[in-house]
Each structure stands twice: as structure tokens, then as C-alpha cells.
Design a protein around this ligand. Structure first.
Ligand code: NAD
Ligand code: TYD
Length: 351
């Protein structure tokens, strides 16, 4: 059945892949992308779909409750896929309030609007909240996050995402709002703002700049190709059970330092540099405050109940990703100017 879906944060990294996926895979759906275009939102990410008849972009702020309510009154949305957020842990340490505003209050504004417009008939409606594995806290050497793992966030970012997850569940339990939540591991791929590890280091290697590895580089992350996250969101949107949570992960754990060394090798090969040259750029810097040691997702529920699995292995995914950044140097140069440079100096000057 044709649907009108509101995707929030669709000009960001994951959001742009979700918009592209839904516009292309569901030509009978109407896709509305709502984004404030913060430093992380970039309409250049969506040039290939911007003229599709089933796509429209609306610039707006989820923190503006009256605007959000009016938007829901004017459009007959059947569903919301909510990705808009402040998403970078280091920024949340420097400036937590923006995370509370957008990630918590912004989410509640959307929940209020959806409830207000839909409450007389919830049939066919869905509020899909996109969240992170970071709400579960930090693992030791053993074990995995499952959907039953207790929340234990450590950074202002993960605390704000945990809070938003609780509100989404509370609106289901209290008001009957139909919802699903997914908690995903670290994503990588094209169009990621180069403040996050992989695009930052690709860009720095390209420019022969140092590679600031926090602490000893011993922290572990579970990396998933962003296109596979977009595919998972589609599967969960259509087949997920109302009220349920699904963990999404790549079953692909890397210690930061090992990942950085692999990136250096791939980049040396692609840039025609001598093997070992880029590794010389690695610099160990002061650790991130409250740095979670290890994230690892158990995505058995999603795989067994809904039939999703990643489509690429990490070697292929990383190769495609490095190629994309090297072939889209203009995109990288555009986003690494202005505001980002100021932030970059603040973040790294004193380390
Ligand atoms: P991103 O920072 O690249 O994009 C966020 C987008 O939200 C931007 O386009 C920004 O302009 C928009 N936005 C921010 N504040 C807004 C506001 N007040 N109103 C409207 N739009 C606003 O983030 P991302 O990495 O694409 O993450 C998207 C979502 O997925 C987030 O909710 C994040 O918590 C979650 N997530 C991310 C990862 C990851 O590895 N990046 C992993 C799991 C979950
Ligand atoms: P990041 O991409 O910020 O994602 P998250 O903190 O949400 O997992 O960081 C991934 C890992 O890389 C994390 O352990 C912190 C580390 N890191 C560095 O060592 N140096 C950096 O410059 C950045 C941005 C991250």
C-alpha cells in the first residue's frame, strides 16, 4: 500500500542513505525529508534523488514544537522514520545541552505531534525511532549487546539517545503509539561527516595530516556498512513487530588501532604510496573522557525473525568507502571548510 513517510535528519549521513533507499525502492511512496541542515546536514548528499517526483525536502527544526505540529496537520504522514539528532560523542562532551534539546525534546515534539494526529486511528501508522548501541554502555572483552541488555549510557550523547528511547517506549506503553526502535552499531560509508573516525582519517591520510588515535587505540567498535543499515531500517519498518526493539550490527569488531592500520594500508595502495608511509601519521593523543571500551551487537533477532543480514564484508565495504571519498574530493573539501575547521581546531589543537 502506498504510504507517505516523514524521514527526519535525511540530509545527514545515515538519513541520506535511508532517503535514497526509500525513494528508489518504494517509488509508490511519498518521502518527505525534514532537516534543519545543521553543520552535519548537507543537501549535496541527495543530489541524485532531489528531482524524483516522490521526494520532497522541508527545512525545519524538530525543536520547534508548533512548527512540527503544523507539519503533521498539513501532511497525512503514515509513518515517521526519526534520525535527526546531534550525533557526535566528542561534541556532546564539549556542549551537552544541544544534545538534550534535539535528541530528547526534539523526539518528544515528534511523538506529541504523531500522537495528536494519529490517536483516533492508529491503524497503519508507525513511529520508527533510529537509535544507537551506545545506550547499552560498554562491554569488557566478552559478551554482546542484546535487546535485553540494560541501558547504561556514559556520554552525554548516549545518555540523550537513551532518554529518547525511553520516551518512545513510554508513548507506546502510555498512549498506545505504534512504534519500533532499532539500536545500531557504528556505521561507515559515503557521505559521513569527516569528524567521525573513518572519514576523518581517510581525509587526513589524503592530506598527509596526523591521525589522532585516542588513548592507546585499544577501544573496540563493531562496524556496519551504512547501506546495510538502510536496508535493515526498511526491513524493520515493514516487518518489525509494533512495540519491539531490534539490534542491528555488522558482527565486525575492530580495535581502533588495527582498523587505522588497515585504512593506512588500503590508502597507501590506492594513492600509490610506499607501504607503511601513511602509518607514520599515527599519533596517540589524550583519551576521550568516559571512552567506552567495547561495543558489539548481537543481531540474531533481526536476522532470524526478519531475515536481514549484511550484504558486504568489511574488506569490500571499506574498499568502496575509500574509493568514494577519493572520487568525491570536492564533497570532502566543501564540508571541511568553515564551521568544521573551527571545530577541528577546538577539538585537536590542545591534544
Ligand atoms: P548526522 O549527524 O550525520 O546527521 C544528523 C542529521 O540531523 C543532520 O542532517 C542534521 O542537520 C539533522 N538535525 C540535527 N538537529 C536537527 C534538528 N533540531 N531538527 C532537524 N534536523 C536536525 O548523524 P548520523 O550519523 O547520520 O545519525 C543519524 C541517526 O542515527 C542519529 O539518530 C544517530 O543517533 C543514529 N545512529 C548513528 C550511528 C552512526 O554510526 N553514525 C549508529 C547508530 C545510530
Ligand atoms: P567515532 O567515529 O567518534 O564513533 P563513536 O565514538 O560513536 O564510536 O569514534 C570511533 C572510535 O574511534 C572511538 O573509539 C573513538 C575513536 N576515535 C579516535 O581514536 N580518534 C578520533 O579522532 C576519533 C574521531 C575517534
Amino acid at each position: 500500500m502506498a504510504k507517505h513517510i516523514l524521514i527526519t535528519g535525511g540530509a545527514g549521513f545515515i538519513g541520506s542513505h535511508v532517503v535514497r533507499h526509500f525513494v528508489n525502492q518504494h517509488p509508490d511512496y511519498q518521502i518527505t525529508n525534514l532537516d534543519k541542515l545543521t553543520y552535519a546536514g548537507n543537501l549535496e548528499n541527495l543530489i541524485d534523488v532531489e528531482n524524483h517526483p516522490n521526494y520532497q525536502f522541508i527545512k525545519g527544526d524538530i525543536n520547534d514544537d508548533r512548527f512540527i505540529l503544523k507539519l503533521f496537520e498539513e501532511h497525512q504522514f503514515d509513518g515517521v522514520i526519526h534520525l535527526a539528532a546531534e550525533s557526535h560523542v566528542d561534541r556532546s562532551i564539549a556542549s551537552p545541552n544541544e544534545f538534550v534539546l534535539t535528541n530528547v525534546l526534539g523526539t518528544v515534539n515528534l511523538l506529541n505531534a504523531a500522537r495528536h494526529i494519529w490517536h483516533e486511528n492508529y491503524t497503519g501508522k508507525l513511529f520508527y525511532h533510529v537509535s544507537t548501541d551506545e545506550v547499552y554502555g560498554s562491554l569488557g572483552d566478552e559478551g554482546y549487546f542484546t535487546e535485553e541488555t540494560c541501558y547504561d549510557p556514559h556520554s552525554p550523547y548516549s545518555a540523550s539517545k537513551a532518554s529518547s528511547d525511553h520516551f518512545v517506549r513510554a508513548y507506546h506503553d502510555t498512549f498506545g503509539l505504534p512504534m519500533v526502535i532499532s539500536n545500531c552499531s557504528n556505521n561507515y560509508g559515503s557521505f559521513q561527516f569527516p569528524e567521525k573516525l573513518i572519514p576523518l582519517f581517510i581525509n587526513n591520510i589524503r592530506n598527509n595530516k596526523s591521525l589522532p588515535v585516542y588513548g592507546k587505540g585499544e577501544n573496540v567498535r563493531d562496524w556496519l556498512w551504512v547501506v546495510d543499515h538502510a536496508r535493515a531500517i526498511d526491513v524493520i519498518y515493514h516487518k518489525g513487530k509494533i512495540g519491539e526493539t531490534y539490534n542491528v550490527g555488522g558482527n565486525n569488531e575492530w580495535k581502533n588501532i588495527d582498523l587505522v592500520k588497515v585504512m593506512c594500508k588500503v590508502m597507501d595502495r590506492k594513492l600509490g604510496r610506499r607501504q607503511g608511509e601513511s602509518e607514520k601519521l599515527i599519533t596517540f593523543v589524550k583519551d576521550r573522557a568516559g571512552h567506552d571500551q567495547r561495543y558489539a551487537i548481537d543481531s540474531t533477532k533481526l536476522q532470524e525473525e526478519l531475515g536481514w543480514k549484511p550484504s558486504v564484508d568489511f574488506e569490500q565495504g571499506l574498499d568502496k568507502t575509500v574509493d568514494w571519498y577519493l572520487q568525491n574530493q570536492e564533497w570532502l573539501d566543501n564540508v571541511t571548510s568553515g564551521e568544521y575547521q573551527k571545530y577541528y581546531r577546538q577539538q585537536y589543537e590542545d591534544r
